[in-house]
Design a protein around this ligand. Structure first.
Ligand code: ADP
Ligand code: MG
Length: 470
């Protein structure tokens, strides 16, 4: 495709949207966007498949926003996502792209969240709902979700929703919607069930599938090392020291390994967070917020727990355990090397599991380079610790006010950088506003002082509880 065809300005989009796209620095469309946005703008149904990180969210969001009438306070689009984190990310991207459409209301209705605030918001009226299938169905049954005016339904990460056993819920939702709607499936892979559902629920869908070579993570350097179970920890520490990643995920096959490894890493003063299936939602949110805002450099996770988390600019993915299926390997390493950045994927494998490497190579048609570890058995961990330098640059503050209190990023930034705060904008990192609370990242050496300033001062004229997030 010619570069001129990748220019967003060739699309019949509103000026507001084109402006936002430019402000966000999206200089040109990604391949999946170039092939699907024009189709979606025409109102056609679509099945789009391309790898993680290829810009699928904007691909469906831009046409939705272009058609949306803010003056009509009715649900005009519904986006289904498999997990709460994905819902949050998608809602974030919609709000970002829709920031010039004043009054735009995007509501997340996902499980694991109190239903009451969702009901209140729905009653007031919203334009776009992003939700998990189970909770959306809940609302449909309670008749709290009025979908009669829906123009577009998106099933994002359709493959994962199927993997997670949502097929029946998805079908019930599809049945409940007006027939005149536009139906869009987006997915990283294209299992036959999606094909079947597409036949049942879509009208003359356009299929957009990125060719295999386009979908391959070619810009990721892939290497593996052979290490027996008792050598793995030392090997990993050495690898972290070599790579010095600002931000990395370490994947383990089992929850127990995640917990054990997390403990070992903190003993080495490597700032890390753990994500596994047994964590309560607030704990997951906390771990993720800290990782995203660079208060922790390393995330140790199982595949299930990491499903749906999306972190930009990962320097490296480490496979502490080689995954049992090649698809999982591809999913894992797809998180590094996004948006043209160079990525690194490092795997450890025991001699017995080396066959897995061959399977992955066959599946991806890319060779993974074998490298060898230096002798690590006698490694002096204390000496090693001194050389690791894995302190995170930021710390996270919790503030007991959020979206419901009308707290905006500017209020927090103002409280910290204004006369009362006295900090430079560059000392302040990511600000995340949740419904009931907020997180602010702040340069680590200043964190205690910043906490005190916020406690002493006021935000939106009010006193909020401020704490350091451990
Ligand atoms: P996917 O859903 O395919 O996994 P995402 O929609 O999450 O991918 O997009 C990955 C990242 O790429 C996001 O940070 C998004 O903001 C960014 N992005 C999307 N479209 C573009 C574009 N045209 N140019 C640059 N970055 C983009
Ligand atoms: Mg996506």
């Amino acid at each position: 495709m010619k570069t001129s065809e990748l220019n967003f300005k060739t699309l019949p989009l509103s000026k507001e949207l084109l402006d936002v796209i430019q402000e966000l620095g999206y200089s040109q469309m990604t391949p999946i966007q170039a092939q699907s946005i024009p189709v979606l703008l025409e109102g056609k149904d679509l099945v789009g498949q391309s790898k993680t990180g290829s810009g699928k969210t904007a691909a469906f969001t831009i046409p939705i926003l272009n058609r949306l009438k803010v003056g009509q306070r009715q649900i005009q689009a519904l986006v289904l996502c498999p997990t709460r984190e994905l819902c949050t990310q998608v809602a974030r991207e919609i709000r970002r792209l829709g920031r010039k459409q004043i009054g735009l209301q995007v509501l997340i209705i996902s499980g694991g969240q109190p239903i009451y605030p969702q009901l209140t918001a729905l009653e007031k009226g919203v334009h776009i709902v992003v939700g998990t299938p189970g909770r959306v169905l809940d609302h449909l049954r309670r008749k709290s979700l009025e979908l009669g005016q829906i123009q577009t339904l998106v099933l994002d990460e359709a493959d994962r929703m199927l993997e997670m056993g949502f097929q029946e819920d998805m079908e019930q939702i599809l049945e409940a919607l007006p027939k005149s709607r536009q139906t869009v499936f987006f997915s990283a892979t294209y299992p036959s069930t999606i094909d079947q559902m597409s036949r049942l629920y879509q009208k003359d869908p356009v299929r957009v599938t990125m060719k295999e070579d386009e979908a391959q993570p070619l810009h990721i350097r892939q290497v593996y090392y052979q290490a027996e179970p008792e050598e793995k920890l030392n090997a990993l520490l050495w690898l972290i020291q070599q790579a010095q990643p600002e931000s990395a995920i370490i994947f383990c096959n089992l929850k127990a390994t995640v917990i054990e490894l997390g403990r070992a890493l903190s003993q080495m003063d490597i700032s890390s967070g753990c994500l596994h299936g047994d964590l309560e939602q607030p704990e997951r949110d906390r771990v993720m917020a800290k990782f995203r805002n660079r208060s922790t450099r390393v995330l140790v996770a199982t595949d299930v727990a990491a499903r749906g988390i999306d972190v930009e600019n990962l320097d490296a993915v480490f496979n502490y355990d080689i995954p049992l299926q090649p698809e999982i390997y591809v999913h894992r390493i797809g998180r590094t090397g996004r948006a043209g950045n160079k990525g690194l994927a490092v795997s450890l494998t025991t001699a017995r599991q080396k066959i897995k490497i061959t399977e992955i190579e066959k599946y991806t048609k890319i060779q993974i380079t074998e490298k060898s570890l230096p002798p690590l058995a006698q490694m002096d961990r204390d000496q090693f610790k001194a050389r690791l330098h894995q302190e995170a640059p930021m710390a996270t503050l919790f503030i007991s006010g959020g979206r419901k209190d009308k707290v905006r990023p500017g209020d927090l930034l103002g409280a910290l950088t204004g006369e009362a705060g006295g900090f430079a904008g560059t000392d302040i990192g990511k600000i995340e506003i949740h419904d009931l609370f907020s997180y602010v990242a702040i340069s680590k050496p200043l964190a205690t002082v910043a906490m005190q300033r916020l406690r002493d001062g006021r935000i939106k004229g009010r006193k909020f509880r401020v704490e350091m997030v451990r």
